[in-house]
Each structure stands twice: as C-alpha cells, then as structure tokens.
Design a binder for this molecule. Structure first.
Ligand code: ATP
Length: 300
C-alpha cells in the first residue's frame, strides 16, 4: 500500500486470486457450495486508488474497464458503501479502479477489488475495525472476499469464511492464459450438477513449501470438467500450458476460464506467455510471479 502527500491518496493492489486447487465438497440447503481450496495471489493485479471526497464515487480505467459496471453495482463501490455504512457514516472517497484483470475469469477480480477497497479506505479514513468484523463484512460481499482480504497462500474452507495460512510460495513464476470468453461462476456450478469431489485432508497439516507443492500435484479443480464443457477453449489452454518446457503444475483457476501454470524459472514462464500470444493472438496471456508475503499488501 502506498500513500502520497497532503492530498492523501492511498494506492492499493487488488491482486489476481489463483485457486491452486479447488475441491467442491457439497452444497448447503441455502445453495452455497462448501469448498476446500488452496488460494494464492499474483504480483499482477487491478490498481485501486482512493482519495478523500465528500461522497463516494468510482471511475474505471484500464484494458478491461469496458467489462465492468461503473455504477453502484461495481464491487469496489459496494465495498466502499458497506464500510461507510457500518464503520464510517458520512465519510466519502473518490475511487479510481485500473482494471487490468479480465472479468468473469475465475481470478476473483471483483472480490479482489472489494478487498482492496476495504484496505484503502481503512487507511484513508483512519478506521480501527476489528479483524473479525472486517471478515464478516467481507463475507457479506462475496465468498471470495475474505481470502482476498487475507492475502498470502491460504487454505480456504466452508463457503469461503475459513481462511488458514499455509507456507508461502516464494515469488514462483506463474503464467496466466484466458481465451477471452467470460464465464459466470453460477453457470459452472449449475453444470457441475452435484458431482462433488473429495477433500485432501493432508492439506490442513502442510508444514513446508515443498510439501505443499508436492501435495498440489495430487489435487484438482473439480470445476474443470463443467467449465470445459461450457468453454472448450479452456481445454486448449490447459493442453498448451501443460506441454510447456519447465512447467511444474498447470490447472484452471476458480470457475475458469483462466488457466495458470507454475514454473521454477522466470525465463521459461516468459517464453510460455510469449508463445501463447504468438499462437493464440485472441488469448490474454501474462507471465507474473506469486506475490510474496511482504508483497501481498504493497501497491502494484
Ligand atoms: P471468482 O473467481 O470470484 O468467481 P470471477 O473472476 O470469475 O470471480 P469477476 O471478475 O469478479 O469474476 O466478475 C464477476 C461479475 O462481477 C461480473 O459479471 C462483473 O460484471 C461483476 N463485477 C462487479 N464489480 C466488478 C469488479 N470490480 N471487477 C470485476 N467484476 C465486477
């Protein structure tokens, strides 16, 4: 998080959320699915800036600006309004969101923006909100918002409210590819139609990074089959990433359509992203790194 000058501008990175695995364990009577997921964040993200103002306003810029609402239905706006209502009545802020992440893409863009808005406004408005209260507010906005607020590498449980830190993945190179087709999470869960996966209980007792990476190899994303049925290009993305030299793990994130690959070597990651763009000019493809614990809360 960066803060500048007397005009008081708070600058926060809303990092892309990557589900390194995602096991769908069941469905509650209220319709929410219960999950087990290992989540981490990339250095790449949307950029949110906030400055003091008399009311709450939002402007959106960046390569994916056209794909998000600019009114009060934007999750950044909703987060600002909710925080003001619960913890800072009458306070205002002018928010600017640089939308660098594709939308409806399985990388939690809206949830990351909401969590970033909380962090920015707590700083801008000098608020002292108890962590448990903030987590409850986050869950009110969406199941992925608590983990985006937590940052780091996290084991997520329940419907998203259980966040347990795991060993960090220290700046690992990662490539993201997206075929440019938005995919609504609800549609993918409907297509899953109750074909649930199973828990990998060992995830809860992981002690080291290498143990975590070994275990992830035997995990899955249970939403891959329904997402591929809806958007066959996801299969092409997974095949492309899985065949790159030096790849350690290739998988879909969230409900898709973004797929990721982890590499040991940054040069191999950059070569894979370049190759993806050359062979599939219509894909979004980037090489970045997993954000370190220190970087999780810094500006973009
Ligand atoms: P998840 O991985 O959490 O399922 P996602 O990456 O698939 O999320 P988002 O990019 O968060 O999906 O977009 C989901 C929906 O939320 C879209 O229909 C979009 O219009 C809406 N939305 C509202 N605000 C935002 C925002 N700030 N950024 C992205 N989408 C937003």
């Amino acid at each position: 998080m960066a803060e500048t000058g007397a005009a008081r501008v708070v600058d926060v990175c809303a990092r892309a959320k990557i589900n390194l695995c995602l096991h769908v364990l069941g469905r509650r009577s209220d319709g929410y699915h219960t999950l087990e997921s290992v989540v981490t964040f990339t250095e790449l993200g949307d950029r949110l800036t906030a400055r003091r103002a008399s009311g709450i306003s939002l402007a959106v810029s960046g390569p994916f600006a056209a794909a998000v609402p600019v009114d009060e239905t934007n999750l950044a706006f909703k987060a600002a309004r909710l925080l003001a209502a619960r913890a800072a009545p009458g306070r205002g802020a002018a928010l600017v969101l640089e939308k660098n992440l594709p939308v409806a893409a399985g990388i939690g863009g809206g949830s990351a923006d909401a969590a970033a808005t909380f962090r920015a406004l707590i700083e801008l408005w000098d608020l002292d909100v108890a962590p448990a209260d903030l987590q409850a507010l986050a869950l009110d906005l969406g199941a992925d918002v608590p983990v985006c607020l937590a940052g780091g590498t996290i084991l997520v449980g329940g419907i998203g409210e259980r966040v347990v830190p795991l060993p960090a993945l220290p700046g690992l190179p990662i490539v993201l590819v997206n075929p440019g087709v938005p995919l609504a999470t609800a549609t993918v869960f409907r297509t899953l139609a109750g074909r649930f996966g199973h828990s990998r209980k060992a995830l809860a007792s992981v002690r080291t990074t290498s143990e975590l990476l070994d275990l992830l190899g035997g995990c899955a994303n249970d939403l891959t089959a329904p997402a591929c049925a809806l958007v066959p290009a996801i299969g092409a993305g997974l095949e492309f990433l899985g065949a790159r030299p030096g790849v350690r793990l290739a998988r879909m994130s969230g409900s898709g359509a973004t797929c990721f690959a982890l590499f040991d070597d940054a040069a191999a990651a950059h070569a894979a992203a370049r190759d993806a763009k050359r062979r599939h000019p219509d894909w979004w493809a980037v090489a970045t790194r997993i954000a370190t614990a220190a970087g999780a809360r810094s500006a973009c």
